[in-house]
Design a protein around this ligand. Sequence first.
Ligand SMILES: Cc1cc2nc3c(=O)[nH]c(=O)nc-3n(C[C@H](O)[C@H](O)[C@H](O)COP(=O)(O)OP(=O)(O)OC[C@H]3O[C@@H](n4cnc5c(N)ncnc54)[C@H](O)[C@@H]3O)c2cc1C
Length: 129
Amino acid sequence: MRLGKSLKQNKITASFDVIVIGSGIGGLACAALLGKHAGKKVLVLERHYTAGGFTHTFTRKGFEWDVGVHYIGEVTHPKAQLRRVFDDISDGNIEWEDMGEVYDTIVIGDDRYDLVKGRDNFKRKLKEY
Ligand SMILES: Cc1cc2nc3c(=O)[nH]c(=O)nc-3n(C[C@H](O)[C@H](O)[C@H](O)COP(=O)(O)OP(=O)(O)OC[C@H]3O[C@@H](n4cnc5c(N)ncnc54)[C@H](O)[C@@H]3O)c2cc1C
Protein backbone atom coordinates (compact mmCIF):
# COMPACT_ATOMS: atom_id res chain seq x y z
CA MET A 1 0.00 0.00 0.00
CA ARG A 2 1.42 3.39 -0.99
CA LEU A 3 0.54 6.28 1.35
CA GLY A 4 1.24 10.02 1.28
CA LYS A 5 1.80 12.72 -1.32
CA SER A 6 5.03 13.42 -3.17
CA LEU A 7 6.66 16.64 -1.98
CA LYS A 8 8.05 17.22 -5.49
CA GLN A 9 4.54 17.19 -6.97
CA ASN A 10 2.76 18.91 -4.06
CA LYS A 11 4.59 22.01 -2.87
CA ILE A 12 3.87 22.99 0.74
CA THR A 13 2.24 26.40 1.10
CA ALA A 14 0.53 26.02 4.50
CA SER A 15 2.30 26.59 7.81
CA PHE A 16 2.54 23.99 10.57
CA ASP A 17 3.00 23.92 14.35
CA VAL A 18 5.10 20.76 14.29
CA ILE A 19 7.15 18.96 11.66
CA VAL A 20 7.83 15.28 12.30
CA ILE A 21 10.73 13.83 10.32
CA GLY A 22 10.10 10.18 9.51
CA SER A 23 6.80 8.35 9.21
CA GLY A 24 7.58 5.18 11.15
CA ILE A 25 5.19 4.00 13.82
CA GLY A 26 6.90 6.35 16.29
CA GLY A 27 6.64 9.47 14.12
CA LEU A 28 3.07 8.72 13.05
CA ALA A 29 1.98 8.02 16.63
CA CYS A 30 3.50 11.32 17.83
CA ALA A 31 1.93 13.20 14.92
CA ALA A 32 -1.49 11.66 15.57
CA LEU A 33 -1.37 12.38 19.32
CA LEU A 34 -0.15 15.96 18.78
CA GLY A 35 -2.96 16.57 16.30
CA LYS A 36 -5.66 14.86 18.29
CA HIS A 37 -4.90 15.92 21.86
CA ALA A 38 -2.75 19.05 21.60
CA GLY A 39 -4.63 20.55 18.64
CA LYS A 40 -1.39 20.96 16.68
CA LYS A 41 -1.23 21.15 12.94
CA VAL A 42 1.38 18.56 12.07
CA LEU A 43 3.36 17.84 8.91
CA VAL A 44 5.03 14.43 8.60
CA LEU A 45 7.95 14.30 6.16
CA GLU A 46 9.18 10.96 4.87
CA ARG A 47 12.14 10.34 2.57
CA HIS A 48 10.91 6.96 1.32
CA TYR A 49 8.27 6.74 -1.45
CA THR A 50 5.61 5.65 1.07
CA ALA A 51 4.77 6.23 4.71
CA GLY A 52 5.08 3.72 7.53
CA GLY A 53 8.78 3.02 8.11
CA PHE A 54 9.13 -0.61 9.22
CA THR A 55 5.35 -1.06 9.16
CA HIS A 56 4.95 -0.58 5.42
CA THR A 57 4.49 -3.40 2.95
CA PHE A 58 5.46 -3.95 -0.68
CA THR A 59 4.32 -6.35 -3.38
CA ARG A 60 6.32 -8.55 -5.72
CA LYS A 61 4.77 -10.91 -8.27
CA GLY A 62 1.35 -10.71 -6.59
CA PHE A 63 2.62 -11.40 -3.07
CA GLU A 64 2.59 -8.83 -0.28
CA TRP A 65 5.63 -8.63 2.02
CA ASP A 66 6.19 -6.78 5.26
CA VAL A 67 9.53 -5.01 5.66
CA GLY A 68 9.61 -5.27 9.45
CA VAL A 69 6.74 -5.47 11.90
CA HIS A 70 4.69 -8.64 11.58
CA TYR A 71 3.32 -8.96 15.13
CA ILE A 72 2.99 -6.73 18.16
CA GLY A 73 2.94 -7.93 21.75
CA GLU A 74 0.23 -7.42 24.37
CA VAL A 75 -2.27 -5.68 22.11
CA THR A 76 -4.93 -8.31 22.68
CA HIS A 77 -5.10 -7.11 26.32
CA PRO A 78 -7.45 -4.11 26.31
CA LYS A 79 -5.66 -2.50 29.27
CA ALA A 80 -2.08 -2.88 28.00
CA GLN A 81 -0.39 0.49 27.53
CA LEU A 82 0.42 -0.05 23.85
CA ARG A 83 -3.12 -1.23 23.11
CA ARG A 84 -4.53 1.88 24.77
CA VAL A 85 -2.36 4.10 22.56
CA PHE A 86 -3.52 2.30 19.40
CA ASP A 87 -7.15 2.46 20.57
CA ASP A 88 -6.83 6.17 21.25
CA ILE A 89 -5.22 7.03 17.91
CA SER A 90 -7.62 4.87 15.88
CA ASP A 91 -10.76 5.59 17.95
CA GLY A 92 -10.88 1.87 18.65
CA ASN A 93 -10.99 0.96 14.97
CA ILE A 94 -7.97 -1.35 14.85
CA GLU A 95 -8.93 -5.01 15.21
CA TRP A 96 -6.22 -7.28 16.53
CA GLU A 97 -5.91 -10.95 15.70
CA ASP A 98 -4.63 -13.34 18.35
CA MET A 99 -1.50 -15.15 17.11
CA GLY A 100 -2.42 -18.41 18.85
CA GLU A 101 -0.35 -20.34 21.39
CA VAL A 102 2.79 -20.40 19.20
CA TYR A 103 3.43 -16.96 17.71
CA ASP A 104 6.76 -17.71 16.06
CA THR A 105 9.11 -20.61 15.38
CA ILE A 106 12.85 -20.52 15.00
CA VAL A 107 14.28 -23.34 12.88
CA ILE A 108 17.98 -24.15 13.12
CA GLY A 109 18.86 -27.18 11.03
CA ASP A 110 16.54 -29.96 12.21
CA ASP A 111 15.75 -28.21 15.51
CA ARG A 112 12.55 -26.18 15.97
CA TYR A 113 12.06 -23.69 18.77
CA ASP A 114 8.52 -22.47 19.32
CA LEU A 115 8.02 -19.04 20.85
CA VAL A 116 4.88 -19.37 22.95
CA LYS A 117 2.30 -16.95 24.29
CA GLY A 118 2.42 -15.78 27.91
CA ARG A 119 5.39 -14.77 30.07
CA ASP A 120 5.39 -17.90 32.27
CA ASN A 121 4.91 -20.25 29.32
CA PHE A 122 7.69 -18.46 27.48
CA LYS A 123 10.11 -18.83 30.42
CA ARG A 124 9.17 -22.51 30.87
CA LYS A 125 9.79 -23.21 27.19
CA LEU A 126 13.16 -21.43 27.22
CA LYS A 127 14.25 -23.53 30.22
CA GLU A 128 13.08 -26.67 28.42
CA TYR A 129 15.16 -25.78 25.35
C1 LIG B 1 13.16 -7.08 10.03
C2 LIG B 1 12.48 -6.45 11.23
C3 LIG B 1 11.41 -7.09 11.82
C4 LIG B 1 10.76 -6.52 12.92
N1 LIG B 1 9.68 -7.16 13.45
C5 LIG B 1 9.00 -6.60 14.46
C6 LIG B 1 7.82 -7.20 14.97
O1 LIG B 1 7.36 -8.21 14.46
N2 LIG B 1 7.20 -6.60 16.00
C7 LIG B 1 7.65 -5.44 16.57
O2 LIG B 1 7.00 -4.94 17.51
N3 LIG B 1 8.78 -4.84 16.11
C8 LIG B 1 9.46 -5.38 15.09
N4 LIG B 1 10.58 -4.77 14.59
C9 LIG B 1 11.01 -3.52 15.21
C10 LIG B 1 10.13 -2.38 14.71
O3 LIG B 1 10.01 -2.47 13.30
C11 LIG B 1 10.73 -1.03 15.09
O4 LIG B 1 11.01 -0.98 16.47
C12 LIG B 1 9.79 0.13 14.79
O5 LIG B 1 9.12 -0.06 13.54
C13 LIG B 1 10.59 1.41 14.79
O6 LIG B 1 9.71 2.47 14.49
P1 LIG B 1 10.27 3.93 14.33
O7 LIG B 1 9.11 4.83 14.06
O8 LIG B 1 11.11 4.28 15.50
O9 LIG B 1 11.27 3.89 13.11
P2 LIG B 1 11.14 3.39 11.51
O10 LIG B 1 9.97 2.48 11.37
O11 LIG B 1 12.49 2.99 11.21
O12 LIG B 1 10.75 4.75 10.82
C14 LIG B 1 11.67 5.78 10.60
C15 LIG B 1 11.24 6.48 9.32
O13 LIG B 1 11.97 7.70 9.22
C16 LIG B 1 12.36 7.86 7.86
N5 LIG B 1 13.49 8.77 7.88
C17 LIG B 1 14.69 8.58 8.48
N6 LIG B 1 15.46 9.66 8.29
C18 LIG B 1 14.73 10.56 7.57
C19 LIG B 1 14.99 11.87 7.08
N7 LIG B 1 16.17 12.48 7.27
N8 LIG B 1 14.01 12.49 6.39
C20 LIG B 1 12.81 11.88 6.18
N9 LIG B 1 12.51 10.63 6.63
C21 LIG B 1 13.47 9.99 7.32
C22 LIG B 1 12.67 6.45 7.40
O14 LIG B 1 12.62 6.36 5.98
C23 LIG B 1 11.54 5.68 8.06
O15 LIG B 1 10.37 5.62 7.26
C24 LIG B 1 11.24 -5.30 13.47
C25 LIG B 1 12.32 -4.65 12.88
C26 LIG B 1 12.93 -5.20 11.76
C27 LIG B 1 14.10 -4.49 11.13
